[in-house]
Design a protein around this ligand. Structure first.
Ligand code: AMP
Ligand code: MG
Length: 408
């Protein structure tokens, strides 16, 4: 490792491993109704109680018949079966039934001919063309009774909700909501909607972090802005540790004169202050306060969001028992030169698009300062540049990691 280029900085991947290993599973299990399951994390594998489909049924509107007993090209229409009907009378030779999509296949029928390939006169149908055994959806072809439909540790998406309903499942065991406290520190922080005093800035971190946290199956305690004051910070951290499993705080983790966080945390718990070999986002704090886990993010807005997403999110996922899939990563050509010095893993904000031949190409969003919000809001991906890598020439291949929830 090139420690010479960045002495004393903790490698990003080392920090990530340490963070995810330090935090145990902090959530229990609860039964939740189907209509409230979206976004929740399964605590146990969900097994199908039935075959889906439950019975052989028609994939087309047409005529069901037995191909082996077809003589010539005409059949007598015995009756019709609609979705929801049930006809258990076996077909006689020379008979067929008119059948609609989703309707059960009558006993001993093995083929459905689509109506576009037939001609009908009164109760006789002429079959113009067909393929034996076609257009039947077999019982259990989607999932069989007793098979795992959804594994444990999976976050339930919209399609999963439909799938559970298709299995007749009305509730499932999921992880209880992780309790997360959120706060910002800084005398300069002002609420959006109120005028800015000289030297003040708006508290953007808390709103961006709140928005991301709102996308997760957690219980959020937004504790607002805490002044750079020893007693205020101490009271806020004690209160947060009583409320929450995880405390997320931005600002005050460097070593400025108003950074009381370190003093307070040294008293309350064993919080480690890290300087990360990561850009954006050098200062970062982590450690327990009582039974809670404290994460101190850098104050600069882009650093706060990127470190939350890249480091805190994997830790939150382990705490809530979420087997979060890896992000979509690809190697593509850089469409512009990219500035970079060796020494820190760089998460530049990029736009993945196509060149004139339709090949993927990525460009940066321009100025990449840790306070430049547009670098994030204009982007759809990270350009992840390895720690030891230097400047990138246009046309070189780079690693791209697509944005996903909770960043988008
Ligand atoms: P700090 O880590 O507290 O020294 O803050 C580093 C920089 O980030 C300073 O320029 C702060 O004004 C800025 N900053 C800290 N907290 C926030 C916040 N919640 N929203 C926007 N900027 C912030
Ligand atoms: Mg500060």
């Amino acid at each position: 490792m090139d420690q010479c280029a960045s002495p004393g900085l903790l490698d990003f991947h080392t920090a990530l491993t340490q963070l995810t290993q330090q935090v145990p599973l902090l959530c229990g299990e609860e039964s939740v109704e189907l209509s409230d399951l979206l976004g929740r994390i399964t605590a146990q594998a969900i097994v199908s109680p039935i075959n889906v489909p439950a019975f052989d049924n028609s994939a087309m509107d047409g005529y069901a018949f037995n191909a082996a007993s077809l003589e010539g090209d005409t059949l007598t229409i015995r009756g019709s079966v609609l979705a929801g009907d049930y006809d258990d009378l076996p077909l006689q030779p020379g008979e067929c039934v008119r059948i609609m999509t989703g309707a059960p296949i009558p006993p001993n029928a093995d083929t459905v001919v689509m109506q576009e390939n037939t001609e009908t006169t009164d109760n006789v149908v002429r079959i113009l063309k067909y393929k034996a055994s076609s257009n039947i959806r077999r019982a259990g072809e989607d999932i069989k009774q007793g098979e795992t439909a959804i594994p444990a540790g999976h976050q339930l998406k919209t399609a999963d909700i439909g799938r559970l309903a298709s299995l007749g499942i009305a509730s499932a065991m999921v992880r209880t909501r992780l309790k997360v406290a959120l706060l910002s520190t800084g005398d300069e922080l002002t609420q959006p909607g109120t005028p800015l005093a000289p030297g003040a800035i708006y508290d953007s971190n808390r709103f961006a972090l709140h928005a991301m946290l709102s996308k997760l199956p957690i219980e959020l305690f937004d504790l607002g802005v805490i002044k750079d004051d020893y007693h205020a910070i101490r009271d806020a951290y004690v209160h947060a540790s009583e409320l929450a499993d995880i405390i997320i705080c931005s600002g005050g983790v460097s070593v400025g004169d108003a950074d009381y966080t370190k003093t307070v945390l040294d008293e309350l718990g064993k919080v480690a202050f890290w300087k990360l070999a990561m850009k954006p986002g050098k200062p970062f704090a982590y450690g327990p306060i009582g039974d809670s886990h404290f994460i101190g993010l850098p104050g600069n807005p882009v650093s706060a969001i990127v470190t939350f997403y890249q480091l805190a999110m994997p830790m939150l996922a382990s705490a809530m028992g979420w087997d979060r899939p890896s992000p979509t990563s690809l190697k593509v050509k850089a469409g512009c030169a990219i500035r970079k010095s060796p020494g820190r893993t760089d998460f530049q904000r990029g736009i993945l698009g196509c060149d004139e031949d339709g090949n993927p190409v990525v460009t940066t969003t321009g100025a990449q300062g840790s306070g430049v919000f547009s670098s994030l809001s204009d982007a759809n991906c990270f350009i992840v540049l390895e720690r030891e890598r230097g400047a990138v020439a246009k046309g070189e291949r780079v690693n791209v990691e697509m944005f996903r929830a909770p960043l988008v």
